[in-house]
Design a protein around this ligand. Structure first.
Ligand SMILES: C[S@@+](CC[C@H](N)C(=O)[O-])C[C@H]1O[C@@H](n2cnc3c(N)ncnc32)[C@H](O)[C@@H]1O
Length: 520
C-alpha cells in the first residue's frame, strides 16, 4: 500500500516536470512496481484534478509543517516530493468513501496525515462554503467539459440486436430515459438512445464507466465503450453501401485499438453481399490490443467467436500501411484513414494542469514545439491520404482525427484535394447529404475559402459538445456532446468524368500559356 502512494506521488512529480504524459508514466511505474496501472493513473489524475483545493486545505491545516520529517523521509525513498506524497494521502483521506488510507495506517506517513483528519475535513468544508461549492467535485480544476460528455456505448450489432440489448439492460435495473425527460442528460441509473446512428449509440451518465467496464455485456463484447464521434467514420464510409449487394473489401489503415474496425465489422455483418476487412497496425504492442479487442467483439477472422457470420470478418496485419503493395490490394473498395494525430480534441487530458504552472519562457518554447509537431503530423497525414488515393479500385475513404487543429483537419484536406494524384484520379469530397447531414457542426467555413459546400462536406465535433442552437432547441444538447473530432469523406468521380475534367484542365492551361506568350 505504501508503495502505491509513493508511485502515484512520483507520477505527479514527473507529470509536472513534463517528463511524460499521465498515461505513459502510470504504465511505466506499473511495469516497475507491479501495481495496477489503472489504479495508479486514477489516483494521480484525481489528485491532480483536486490539487488546487487540496493544497489550500493542506496549507490551512499545517500538515506539511508539523509532519515534515516523517513525510520527507518517506518521500525520499522513491525520489518523490513530500508535497505530492501528502497530496495523494490527503486525497484518499478526504475523497475516497472507504478511506483507503486506513488500510496503510501502520505506515508512518499515513498515520501522520490521519492525525490531522478532523482539521483537514473542517478546512475542506470551510473552502466549500467560501467558494459556494455544494458538491466536492465542483472543487475540481480539471476539464469541466468532461462532465458534459456522456459515457457513450455502442451496441455491437455483430453480437446483439439493439432491441435485445435494451431489454437486457432494463431487466438489470437500468431505465431508458427519453430525451427531454428530466433534462438533457442521462441520470445515474438510466441511459438515453442517441438520435444519430440508427439506435445503436447509448448515452450513460459519466459516473457509470466503471460499472460498465465490469459488466458482463462489456466482457462478452456486446457493448463497446466508444465515443459517439468516433463512430462517425465507419457509418459515413458505408452509408451508401448499406443496401447494395456489391462485394466490398474495406481497409482500416491505422487500426489499433480497433474501435472503428469493430464498428465497420458490425455494419458489414448486417449487410447482404460478401465483405471483408483488412486492418493494418504498425506498433507491435498496439497490434496485440487490436487483436484482443477484435476477438472480444467477435470480429477477428478465424477466431471461434467470429463463426456466426463471415461477413465483415477482419484480418489483422501488423505492418506499416505506407509499405503495403497496393497492387496486391487491388480489390480494396473502401478505407478508413484515422492516422496518429495530436489528440487535442480529447477532453479530460490533464496536460493543461501542468502547463498552468509553466514559466512564460517555457510556454513560448512549448508553442514553438507545438507548431513544429503539428507541421510534422500534418505532413504525415497528407502523405497517408496521397498514398490511399493511389489504390487502384478504391471508391470511397474517410479521413478522421481527434484533433481540433485546423492544420491537421481542413488544411490537410484542402491540400490533399490539390495534389496531382487527387486531380488525376478524380478524388473530391462526398457531399453533405452522404456525410451525416443531421450533424449540426460542420467544417470551418473560414478555412475553406468561398466554397461553403466544402465546409459542409466536413464534420467537426467541438470538445464537450457544440451547444448548437439546433441541438439546444431539439433537446439534444448533451446527446451531442463528444470529444473533439473531425471527419470527412473522399469519393472518386467516375473514370470518364475525371478524364474529361483533366482534359479540360489541360486545355485551359494551354490557352492560358498561349495568352501569356502573346502578351509577352
Ligand atoms: C488514432 S490511432 C487509430 C485509432 C483507431 N482507428 C480506433 O478507432 O480505435 C492511430 C494508430 O495508427 C497507428 N499507425 C501510425 N502510423 C501507422 C502506419 N504507417 N501504418 C500502420 N499503422 C500506423 C498507430 O500506431 C495508432 O495505433
Amino acid at each position: 500500500m505504501s508503495n502505491f502512494y509513493l508511485e502515484a506521488a512520483s507520477i505527479i512529480d514527473d507529470v509536472e516536470g513534463r517528463r511524460g504524459s499521465l498515461k505513459s508514466l502510470a504504465a511505466l511505474r506499473s511495469a516497475k512496481s507491479g501495481i495496477d496501472a489503472k489504479r495508479l493513473l486514477a489516483l494521480a489524475a484525481n489528485t491532480l484534478s483536486y490539487k488546487r483545493a487540496l493544497t489550500v486545505v493542506l496549507d490551512k491545516a499545517g500538515v506539511l509543517r508539523e509532519e515534515a520529517k516523517t513525510l520527507t523521509a518517506a518521500a525520499r525513498q522513491s525520489n518523490a516530493s513530500a508535497l505530492s506524497l501528502t497530496l495523494v494521502l490527503v486525497h484518499d483521506l478526504l475523497f475516497t468513501s472507504r478511506g483507503r488510507i486506513a488500510a496503510s495506517m501502520s505506515w508512518p506517513p499515513s498515520a501522520a496525515v490521519t492525525r490531522h483528519a478532523a482539521r483537514l475535513k473542517a478546512e475542506l468544508v470551510k473552502l466549500q462554503i467560501k467558494e459556494g461549492k455544494v458538491a466536492i467535485k465542483e472543487l475540481r480544476t480539471g476539464d469541466k467539459r468532461a462532465d458534459r460528455i456522456p459515457r457513450w456505448v455502442r451496441v455491437n450489432e455483430r453480437l446483439v440486436r439493439p432491441d435485445e440489448l435494451l431489454e437486457a439492460l432494463q431487466a438489470q435495473g437500468w431505465t431508458r430515459q427519453e430525451e427531454g425527460q428530466h433534462g438533457l442528460a442521462p441520470k445515474r441509473k438510466s441511459f438515453m438512445v442517441s438520435p444519430h446512428l440508427g439506435g445503436c449509440m447509448l448515452a450513460f451518465h459519466p459516473s457509470q464507466t466503471s460499472n460498465l467496464v465490469e459488466h458482463h455485456l462489456y466482457r462478452d463484447g456486446k457493448i463497446v465503450l466508444q465515443d459517439l464521434a468516433s463512430c462517425f467514420p465507419a457509418e459515413i464510409l458505408l452509408c451508401e453501401e448499406a443496401k447494395t449487394v456489391a462485394d466490398l473489401h474495406v481497409v482500416d489503415a491505422t487500426a489499433a485499438p480497433g474501435n472503428k474496425t469493430s464498428h465497420l465489422s458490425a455494419l458489414l455483418a448486417k449487410r447482404k453481399g460478401l465483405s471483408r476487412i483488412t486492418a493494418f497496425e504498425k506498433s507491435a504492442k498496439r497490434f496485440a490490443t487490436l487483436c484482443a479487442q477484435l476477438d472480444r467483439a467477435g470480429a477477428l477472422s478465424g477466431s471461434s467467436r467470429c463463426q456466426h457470420t463471415a461477413r465483415g470478418a477482419v484480418t489483422a496485419v501488423r505492418s506499416d500501411f505506407m509499405e503495403v503493395n497496393r497492387e496486391e490490394l487491388a480489390d480494396v473498395t473502401h478505407m478508413l484513414l484515422d492516422p496518429s494525430c495530436s489528440g487535442s480534441g480529447i477532453v479530460g487530458r490533464l496536460d493543461h494542469l501542468s502547463s498552468k504552472t509553466a514559466l512564460l519562457d517555457e510556454r513560448e518554447t512549448e508553442e514553438e514545439e507545438q507548431s513544429e509537431r503539428l507541421a510534422h503530423l500534418a505532413t504525415f497525414q497528407l502523405a497517408m491520404i496521397e498514398f490511399a488515393m493511389g489504390f487502384p479500385s478504391l471508391r470511397r475513404f474517410c479521413y478522421s482525427t481527434c484533433s481540433t487543429h485546423v492544420q491537421e483537419n481542413e488544411e490537410v484536406v484542402l491540400k490533399a484535394l490539390k495534389t496531382t494524384v487527387a486531380q488525376s484520379r478524380g478524388w473530391k469530397l462526398a457531399g453533405k447529404s452522404s456525410v451525416l447531414p443531421s450533424w449540426p457542426t460542420r467544417g470551418l467555413g473560414s478555412e475553406c475559402g468561398s466554397e461553403q459546400g466544402l465546409a459542409d462536406a466536413m464534420i467537426r465535433c467541438d470538445p464537450g459538445g457544440s451547444m448548437s442552437d439546433e441541438a439546444t432547441t431539439n433537446g439534444h444538447a448533451q446527446l451531442e456532446a463528444t470529444n473533439g473530432f473531425f471527419v470527412t469523406c473522399f469519393v472518386r468521380e467516375s473514370e470518364n468524368k475525371s478524364r474529361e475534367k483533366n482534359r479540360k484542365r489541360k486545355a485551359r492551361a494551354k490557352v492560358m500559356k498561349a495568352i501569356k506568350r502573346q502578351k509577352a
